[in-house]
Design a protein around this ligand. Structure first.
Ligand code: M6R
Length: 369
């Protein structure tokens, strides 16, 4: 049941530390090596792969976008992410050297299933990352890596998203281990960081009241924008999707760098904009670029809500509100920065009196094309 929460969605947001923890569980041996024996796929095949295509829909596709940054960085394998319903109809280039990774919480999404069939007909091998044992997608795939998020009831996906990112990262690290792209200690370092995430996610959840108050206070808001760069970009898209789905308002996610190419024209006084700030400790100029983006929209009157790492002082000057998340390497930050966006959407939808778990026009699994 709902475990004392107002909705399944709220409960599932709170389940996220254990969803990530359980997805990591049992996948390391005593020496700290990744052992994904359950994959039962020919290792030589994984060594010869020259392209990865991630297929999924909705939130699962955003998890795929996040994973792409990590997989390309760690494995140096060209990786594409495509909506399953688009993939199938464009005569995609896939063959025996293509590894298709299908992401699906339910395992019953027809669009994704049809894309899997198409890929396999072309000779590609498919690994499914799925949350539902024995569902159609894992049954029709060559290999499976289950997420262990537990059943997700609310139509708006939350804990499955974090678990999908976690599982896709394990797969990326496994490929890097197998193909010799990373040293064992580098892989070990990322795994240690991943294992620290459940506690950090809990810290974000412990701060839920302030975020909820913000969501409740914005009950009259008609449009919210979300900006991010790098892995923060798919997080922005996910934040916008949550609001559309359950609060029924116009919400859009942008790559922050794209602002000046058009969307900045939307900014008028009072426009609410969430910005996901990357870690200032990263070794590139990502953080300062995002700070200037915040400055640009603030100068045009936007009300800025910035999700930033603990200790990131640079955002203070341009943020109307700052939501803090614990420090983490940039690639892992989506596991933290998504959580406030989920809490916000849930609170806003509740404030508007909507059924958070069963939004209009939507079904939990989309079993038609
Ligand atoms: O079960 P799946 O992960 O395959 O579902 C994919 C999408 O239908 C799903 O993520 C949908 O976008 C959610 N309602 C998002 O909250």
């Amino acid at each position: 049941e709902k475990g004392g929460f107002n909705s399944f969605m709220e409960k599932e947001i709170h389940d996220q530390p254990s969803a990530v923890h359980d997805t990591l569980l049992g996948r390391l041996d005593e020496t700290g090596q990744l052992t994904l024996d359950e994959l039962r796929i020919d290792e030589s095949l994984l060594r010869s792969v020259d392209k990865i295509v991630v297929i999924a829909c909705g939130t699962a596709a955003y998890a795929g976008h996040v994973a792409r940054y990590a997989i390309e960085h760690w494995c140096r394998i060209p990786t594409e992410v495509e909506l399953a319903h688009e993939f199938r109809y464009r005569d995609p280039i896939v063959n025996e050297k293509t590894l298709v990774v299908a992401l699906s919480q339910s395992g019953e999404t027809m669009d994704t299933l049809m894309a899997i069939r198409h890929a396999r007909e072309q000779g590609a091998k498919v690994i499914a990352i799925c949350n539902t044992n024995g569902s159609s997608i894992p049954r029709e795939s060559d290999a499976n890596l289950y997420t262990h998020a537990g059943p997700e009831i609310a139509v708006a996906s939350t804990k499955a998203f974090l678990a999908q990112i976690t599982a896709a990262y394990l797969l990326g690290l496994y490929l890097a281990q197998l193909r010799g792209n990373m040293y064992a200690d580098e892989i070990g370092e990322v795994l240690r960081e991943l294992q620290a995430m459940p506690e950090k996610i809990q810290t974000v959840i412990d701060g839920a009241d302030a975020i909820k108050a913000m969501g409740t206070g914005m009950g009259e808001t008609e449009s919210v924008l979300f900006l991010g760069r790098h892995v923060g970009f798919p997080v922005a898209l996910e934040g916008a999707l949550k609001l559309k789905e359950i609060a029924y308002i116009h919400a859009e996610g942008f790559a922050a760098g794209e602002l000046k190419h058009g969307p900045i024209a939307l900014i008028e006084p009072g426009q609410k904009v969430f910005v996901i700030a990357p870690s200032p400790r990263g070794r590139n100029s990502l953080h300062s670029k995002v700070v200037s983006n915040i400055q640009e929209i603030r100068a045009r009157g936007a009300e800025t809500i910035v999700i930033a790492e603990e200790g990131d002082e640079a955002v203070e000057a341009y943020a109307n509100h700052v939501i803090r998340v614990p420090q983490s390497p940039t690639l892992l930050q989506p596991l933290l920065s998504t959580v406030p966006l989920q809490i916000f959407a849930c609170a806003m939808a509740e404030a508007k009196g909507y059924d958070v778990d069963q939004p209009r026009n939507l079904a939990k699994s989309v079993t038609v094309e």
